[in-house]
Design a protein around this ligand. Sequence first.
Ligand SMILES: O=C(O)CCC(=O)C(=O)O
Ligand SMILES: [Fe+2]
Length: 320
Amino acid sequence: MGSTASVVPRIPVISLRGDALTEQGADWTSACRATRLALEEYGWFELVYDVVEPTEEVHGSVHGAMEELFSLPRETKMRNKSPRLAQGYSGKNSVLPNFEGLGLDGVTDKAACEAFTNLMWPQGNPHFSDVVHRYGLMMAEVQKLVVKMVVESYGIGKEKEEAVANSTTYLLRLLRYERSPTVETNIGLKAHIDKSFITVLHQNHVHGLEVRSRDGQWIPYRPSSPSSFAVLAGDILMAWSNDRIQSCYHRSFIDSDETRYVVGLFTFVTGIIEAPEELVDEEHPLRYKPFLNQDFLDFYASSTVPDKNEANMVKLYCGI
Ligand SMILES: O=C(O)CCC(=O)C(=O)O
Ligand SMILES: [Fe+2]
């Protein structure tokens, strides 16, 4: 029997295949409960989503598309401009020397994928547009499934799930990590909390993500299969759940000589964020005033609090 003193906490792994994917399936209820508990206790989990075939081809196609995208000249990538947080082109600068990212808002909409593609390849690149659109749709399905499981496990009315689903926006971020030869640091992204509702991440075979546990230990993410997604709770989910779910604090590194590619789906909600009444009771009094996701993002962007990555920004914005 080993001591538990220095044991790194395990990450919850939830596998969705076969029966567990359908409401009628025998495992559905336990999968819903496991998902909710993982988000409540850890703020994230690994989801093995074994429903897309052939696995290697589906995921490999998007990594190939990213390779093609990031090999474009910097001036081309910089055409993807946005005043919004994390939506334009970022990285390969003194703040983020080992990182590069491009945002594609509205990825579930084919026209948005085409517009992004045409910005990068004015002569057109239907293959890229198609691959990214299909991958975005799949990730959106993953996100919807997670919302459905959480809502069901809390016993919240179906119309609330629909309300969330109908007002969700889908920002796809394509991320690339490569050790810069001119800097000492191996940091990819400094520790932070996503300002999203939910973040879904898929990486190639190169590791780098770490998530902080409640007792302050950094847990390295080592996906157990190529079909694994990391599902992270963002600040908006924390507020919506009335603090039952905690948003998760994470960071990334690049230690490898190989390039690390990550596809991230960051979802946001356009309507008013307000905890469902089922999540408010004597033991859990209302913790946040109703607010708009975009207003919170604007507040975050303009805030001058000393370390806004560490601070509980949503509490600061509308906590009761
Ligand atoms: O590189 C990763 O796995 C995480 C990326 C991330 O945290 C972000 O883009 O917000
Ligand atoms: Fe993040």
